[in-house]
Design a protein around this ligand. Structure first.
Ligand SMILES: NC(=O)c1ccc[n+]([C@@H]2O[C@H](COP(=O)([O-])OP(=O)(O)OC[C@H]3O[C@@H](n4cnc5c(N)ncnc54)[C@H](O)[C@@H]3O)[C@@H](O)[C@H]2O)c1
Length: 391
């Protein structure tokens, strides 16, 4: 695993736990963690349960005792590490968004396609697909319970940088993060919109805003701002420019005729991790809110109108996705479980010789939407087409 801060800790927990919960034909051994500072990497190995540590990811790629490389670094290093790992025959799990640009994402998808021929698997970490309520919503759509989808309404709201003195962490610098709220939060809801509808966005019109243009420079190497214990306090009197969006909103059209609205922001005061998505179809509607992640709201429009209404499904039954391995009904799951499910699905795919989803090509499709939104926002919200990843 490369990187051992926020995602590194969450992924470590998933790797440590997956075999204790799910019955899998292979055992995960957390072998080596990579961090550029050897002392911190050693401490992380001890704390997060890795047998060994290195300070250069190239050592991981060269080692013969490693089968999977898990990339938990900021977006500026995803392409280089993933492509080298795939070429060395390692299965790759890469955090989202796949890359910082369409060109990088294309190169990664091409490398993944090439490696796939040799049985090497790759997966992009859009973990919210693996929240049981979201997977149940996908099942309802697949079973035709929502009918023809007309609307997708998605928001992803956080508020951790509303203080103008919050430091200029890497997530606020284009060269490290690619974009701001759009790529960090918007990427998740774009992927969910693709996944839940089984369709893809073909065009968008968007707008972006950066409310706080300069921020205090952090001292030394900055964390992304979300790791446990990350400081929200100003660290220096000197300020630097914020080069990404604080908030991005856009409208979109799907190939199948549905229309959609999206909002991604880090300035939704009071909203901490409010990923919400609602689908309206000809036969029903469903709505999910991550701040109530064990629930799914569902309306069945085929019922007599006098009895219709949104009902709350408590998604903790053994016949709900992933739940048979967990606790008795009503004993809910949390944030980390989607990552354990992600680890489960990757190990299952590797051992059964199947491709896990979302593939790098599916993640490239998300990147193409991000790019179109940025083009639109830079051009007075003009309509911007989104090509299919294969074109
Ligand atoms: N799936 C999700 O919900 C989710 C949530 C948060 C972050 N992410 C993604 O995970 C990735 C990491 O984000 P984070 O929040 O963990 O950031 P973070 O700042 O908490 O951690 C990043 C770590 O990577 C290390 N790093 C940077 N470059 C490196 C290199 N070349 N070699 C080795 N280590 C290096 C940093 O020192 C740091 O320890 C990003 O792509 C981000 O978008 C995904």
């Amino acid at each position: 695993m490369v990187g051992h801060a926020f995602m590194g800790a969450v992924h470590s927990q998933a790797w440590r736990t997956v075999n204790h919960v799910f019955d899998l034909p292979a055992r995960v051994e957390p072998a080596v963690v990579c961090g550029r500072d050897p002392q911190r990497a050693a401490a992380a190995a001890e704390r997060l349960g890795w047998a060994d540590h290195v300070s250069d990811w190239r050592e991981l790629v060269a080692r013969e005792d490693i089968d999977v490389i898990d990339i938990c670094t900021p977006g500026d290093s995803h392409a280089e590490i993933a492509i080298a790992a795939l070429r060395a025959g390692k299965h790759v799990l890469c955090e989202k968004p796949l890359a910082n640009s369409v060109d990088e994402a294309r190169a990664m998808a091409a490398a993944a396609e090439q490696a796939r021929i040799a049985g090497v698997r790759s997966l992009c970490g859009f973990n919210y697909r693996r929240v049981p309520a979201i997977a149940l919503l996908r099942r309802l759509v697949e079973d035709g319970r929502l009918g023809e989808i007309r609307h997708v309404r998605a928001v992803y709201l956080q508020d951790w940088i509303t203080d103008p003195e919050y430091p200029l962490v890497w997530r606020l610098r284009r060269e490290k993060a690619g974009s701001g709220a759009l790529g960090d939060l918007g990427a998740h809801i774009i992927d969910l919109a693709h996944y839940l509808t089984g369709d893809r966005l073909t065009g968008v019109t968007g707008l972006s805003e950066t409310f706080v243009p300069t921020r205090p420079l952090p001292q030394g190497e900055s964390q992304g701002g979300l790791a446990a214990g990350a400081s929200g306090a100003a660290e220096s009197a000197e300020r630097g420019e914020v080069t990404v969006d604080d908030a991005t909103l856009f409208l979109g059209r799907f190939a199948g005729g549905a229309v959609a609205t999206f909002e991604a922001t880090r300035f939704a005061t009071g909203r901490k991790n409010a990923l919400r998505i609602e689908l309206n179809g000809s036969r029903g509607s469903a709505a999910f809110d991550f701040e109530r992640l064990n629930e799914l709201e569902f309306l069945d429009a085929t019922q007599p109108s006098a009895e219709q209404g949104f009902r709350r499904i408590l998604v903790t039954e053994a016949d709900h996705p992933y739940l048979s391995a967990w606790w008795p009904p009503g004993h809910g799951l949390g944030y980390e479980h989607s990552f354990i499910h992600q680890a489960r699905d990757l190990v299952a795919a590797i051992t059964s010789g199947q491709d896990p989803h979302p593939s790098f090509t599916e993640a490239l499709q998300v990147q193409l939407v991000l790019d179109a939104v940025e083009r639109s926002a830079a051009d007075g919200s003009a309509w911007a087409s989104v090509i299919a990843a294969g074109e």
